[in-house]
Design a protein around this ligand. Structure first.
Ligand code: KG4
Ligand code: ZN
Length: 347
């Protein structure tokens, strides 16, 4: 339980991020800096992340993010105890940029380097922010992922189910694109939905009644497309109220499915792990206020503790990678120059 300071690097999607955290038990870990350089403008014209552009931007900016993170933490590189880096899953060009930089820094300083699974970074965030103890149920819901995990340890997760096609964040982004709203779609759809009527359009809730923890979101996206085309055919275009109502209906459908499936996942988890149950969420879509309220209400009804990290730690960041690396370091983990960048890496 020695105090540890860890530098984290994250570059697996479209955020170039570096952070420094310090953990001196029994105190909660402290985030000394958390630098995130987004690439939204870079990809805006394409309606999605362009992997080659993302990779180049990471290669150009990751060293600057590291410099800024160290400076904001008031430290120099030789004052940290280890370097943690996202080694996958993600867009391989970006992951490679991070792994190569981490290897260079480790070679130059002799510091230990630890490869981190990006999903473990999200899944372990409630321990960084709230000191949650294992085992807890995690709903990981982002632009690329949607799954229920029981977290038993820093390297030990059981998957109860997940999406069989799109992730909800992807559905938010595609819905925004269909309605000519700015990317990323989550925040812009949520903003539109605030003034909309969620019950005007009957949108599907795929698999909601099936007795398992699997989900599907691609049919919902198709329903948004059909509804939009129907409205355009009828009125010659989309009125502001059409857009708001469609966003509200879509958002409610996603929240309804996630809440219903969370109820099932929680029942399974509480049977397996009845002592001090905790339900935690992470990933970019966990920033959605309607979803959060639904999940919080469910946890209250079922009598368990609900933990949702602050928004800046729900979306991609390097503090979560530094934390996951720190947890692995405490377990004695350490990687060498053979650390591979992995496009696919299930938990
Ligand atoms: O975790 P994240 O930053 O990246 C990964 O996918 O790993 O999640 C990004 C996703 C995007 O699809 C974005 O549209 C979605 O999270 N998102 C939201 C909200 N804020 C971000 N979705 C719904 N409501 C939000 N408020
Ligand atoms: Zn992520």
């Amino acid at each position: 339980d020695t105090p540890l300071t860890v530098l984290g690097l994250e570059s697996s999607c479209d955020d170039t991020a570096a952070a420094v955290i310090r953990h001196a038990p029994p105190a909660r870990a402290e985030i000394l800096s958390n630098v995130v350089l987004g690439q939204t403008d870079l990809h805006a014209a394409f309606g999605g992340v362009v992997p080659e552009l993302a990779a180049r931007a990471h290669a150009e900016k990751l060293d600057l993010a590291v410099e800024a993170a160290l400076e904001q933490a008031g430290l120099t590189l030789n004052m940290v105890d280890a370097i943690a880096v996202t080694a996958g899953p993600g867009l391989i060009g970006g992951v490679l940029s991070g792994v190569m930089l981490a290897k260079g820094l480790a070679a130059a300083t002799g510091l230990p380097m630890i490869g981190v699974n990006h999903l473990a970074g999200h899944a372990l965030t409630p321990r960084l922010t709230d000191g949650v103890e294992f085992p807890y149920l995690m709903l990981l819901v982002s632009g690329g992922h949607c799954q229920f995990l029981i977290a038993h340890g820093p390297d030990h997760f059981t998957r109860l189910g997940g999406t069989i096609d799109d992730a909800p964040g992807e559905a938010f982004d595609k819905t925004a694109k269909l309605l000519a709203l700015p990317q990323p779609g989550g925040p812009s759809v949520q903003a539109q939905a605030a003034t909309g009527n969620a019950t005007r359009f009957a949108l599907p809730r795929p698999l909601i009644d099936r007795d398992d923890c699997n989900m599907s979101f691609s049919g919902l996206k198709t329903a948004v497309l059909r509804t939009r085309d129907g409205l355009i055919a009828e009125h010659g275009g989309l009125r502001a109220s059409d857009r708001a109502d469609l966003c509200a209906g879509f958002q409610q459908a996603v929240a309804d499915v996630l809440v219903a499936k969370s109820r099932r996942a929680l029942a399974q988890y509480m049977e397996l792990c009845p002592a001090r149950p905790v339900f935690a969420v992470a990933g970019g879509v966990a920033a959605n206020t309607v979803l959060r309220a639904g999940l919080e209400g469910l946890a209250r009804d079922m009598g368990l503790r609900f933990v949702a990290p602050p928004l800046a730690l729900c979306t991609d960041n390097a503090a979560m990678i530094a934390w996951a690396g720190l947890e692995r370091l405490r377990m004695g983990a350490r990687d060498d120059m053979t650390l591979a960048a992995r496009p696919r890496w299930p938990l």
